[in-house]
Ligand binder design. Structure first.
Ligand code: NAP
Length: 514
């Protein structure tokens, strides 16, 4: 059993009671009363408030955290112990005491005595707000030696995604109730996947303001976005690897599609900082732990080339287009852990262009196309257009990159200054110019835009960029980046699941989120 638990971090009993009621309404199964957040805490104040909380009919953890382990107010050891004793005696389901303090006789012995005649269970907790623990296994084992009936709770700060595997490993090997998680932006997946790996508690905040630890996800996100209620130990995991990833719409659309298809799968953001070495280490960590049940990844900046290099290195499969583009945005883990790499930006861009224009790929032959940008997306777009026989000219700020890309794909190149004189039927923006927050800029002067043109902006946030607005004004046909985003995601979904994605679900989610 994993309890979806909301920490109550109020400074007054009235506020605490209102948070408890909001947590219950939001679907929490338990609340953690962080009594150290209450101002001027007394035993009487606690007794009165706790009686009212119990009447709300929700399970409770009572905690009065020591300030040395993240407690909000500095309360005496005596008061902290008294609160836990009162909680144990009056109906708490769990009381939480710091492992380090439990060793002190005026706490440990008093709590042991109080627990003898109580239904409450003891959570022994250890926190590291700075970094990882050197040896979390020995802390966990030590807690069980100190009090064999305890629920060990080990919480540390992940400085990198690769720090999460220690938490998963401990949960995987445990034979009893335990709580193990990593805090901070790098530890996010340990929170989202707490239920999958059988942590006794999955903490989720009511909102950002009432969060009690870095990286806590809101209960609304946990339930709606990550489908907490349907998650179980068999849930297969997918995710988007990148840096940054917090802005990505991929978790929203893939999770919505998993739900629409009634699939026991979840899709999470995976912030992976560092270079190829760190990327490889992450993939090796996943490979060595078959039981994590990862099914595949979307890959974004800056790891698209790292992903291809890794797949080549381990002798996995890379589709021809991905090798030609020299970047992959999709990794699928198949039978016997075989890794396959794809570039769905290629198909996504071509589908967006041809479907919006109402033509098939062959009709792009000999059409003059101006591609602006020479980065990762540009490589996929140029590959698709050249395969279709279009006459491509690449414009880029760094001319040498345009020249290199043009020579790889046997097309033309020019400097950004030449855009003012371009003569093309189709313009494709593959730079980040115009992307939020740079919304008042366009890579193409309005004077260049004509009604005979098709203008495709791969930028999808905002949904209508300045370039698209000006193109529309000039009477040109426009292709928004959202179209490419949806088509590349649909193809990715098929690589992940072997099933067609529900296009209408993806469109609805994107429309909502933009
Ligand atoms: P990238 O590899 O970093 O390439 C960025 C390109 O933009 C380079 O050509 C760069 O020129 C150019 N650039 C950036 N800032 C510029 C500026 N201020 N002035 C002129 N040129 C500038 O990025 P990417 O992966 O190709 O992504 C590019 C854009 O594609 C993203 O911003 C995103 O909006 C869009 N995108 C869309 C989808 C979709 O599905 N619709 C998917 C992925 C990305 P230099 O070579 O001179 O640096």
């Amino acid at each position: 059993m994993t309890y979806l638990t909301v920490p109550i971090s109020a400074s007054t009993p009235e506020e605490a009671l209102s948070q408890v009621s909001a947590a219950k309404d939001a679907g929490a199964q338990m609340v953690e009363l962080r009594t150290d957040y209450l101002e001027n805490l007394t035993v009487d104040m606690f007794d009165d408030m706790f009686a009212k909380v119990l009447r709300a009919g929700i399970k409770t953890i009572v905690t009065c955290r020591d300030s040395s382990e993240g407690g909000q107010n500095e309360y005496s050891r005596k008061l902290r112990t008294q609160i836990l004793v009162r909680a144990a005696g009056t109906g708490a389901d769990f009381i939480d005491c710091e492992y380090a303090n439990f060793a002190k006789p005026d706490i440990g012995k008093v709590l042991k005595d109080a627990l003898k005649s109580s239904k409450a269970r003891l959570i022994l907790s250890a926190h590291n707000f700075k970094t990882t623990f050197k040896d979390i296994e020995s802390i966990y084992d030590g807690m069980l030696i100190a009090y064999p009936d305890a629920v060990p709770k080990v919480v540390y700060t992940a400085k990198h995604i690769n720090d999460c595997f220690a938490a998963f490993g401990l949960l995987h090997r445990k034979e009893r109730d335990a709580i193990v998680l990593a805090m901070g932006e790098h530890g996010l997946i340990t929170r989202i996947l707490a239920k999958k790996f059988g942590s006794l508690v999955c903490f989720a905040c009511l909102d950002e303001k009432s969060a009690t630890a870095p990286g806590q996800v809101s209960i609304e996100q946990m339930k709606k976005l990550y489908r907490y209620d349907s998650m179980n130990s068999k849930t297969q995991v997918f995710g988007i690897i990148g840096n940054p990833v917090s802005h990505s719409k991929s978790p929203a659309i893939h999770n919505a599609c998993f739900e629409a298809c009634n699939m026991n799968k979840v899709y999470v953001p995976i912030l992976l900082k560092g270079d190829r070495l760190e990327f490889n280490r992450f993939m090796e960590n996943v490979k060595e732990r078959h039981w994590l049940n990862f099914g595949g990844f979307s890959v974004t900046i800056p790891h698209k080339e790292n992903a291809l290099a890794y797949v080549s290195h381990i002798g996995g499969f890379a589709e021809e287009q991905a090798s030609k583009i020299a970047a992959v945005n999709t990794l699928a883990i198949g039978f016997n852990d075989r890794l396959s790499a794809y570039n769905t930006d290629y198909a996504g861009a071509m589908d967006a262009l041809t479907k919006t224009m109402g033509i098939d790929k062959a009709q792009l032959e000999h059409k003059p196309v101006a591609v602006i940008g020479a980065g990762g997306v540009s490589r996929a777009v140029v590959a698709g257009l050249v395969d279709a026989g279009a006459k491509v000219t690449i414009y880029n700020r760094t001319l040498s990159r345009a020249k290199k890309l043009a020579s790889e794909f046997a097309c033309h190149h020019a400097s950004m200054d030449d855009i003012a004189n371009l003569d093309a039927e189709i313009i494709v923006n593959c730079t980040s110019i115009g992307m939020y927050p740079d919304v008042d800029n366009s890579p193409v002067p309005a004077s260049v835009l004509k009604k005979t043109m098709v203008v495709f902006d791969t930028v999808y946030n905002p949904a209508e960029t300045l370039l698209l607005k000006q193109a529309k004004k000039a009477g040109a046909k426009t292709v928004p980046g959202v179209e490419m985003f949806i088509y590349q995601a649909m193809e990715q979904f098929e690589h992940f699941t072997g099933k067609k994605a529900d296009e209408s679900v993806m469109r609805a989610v994107i429309k909502d989120s933009l």
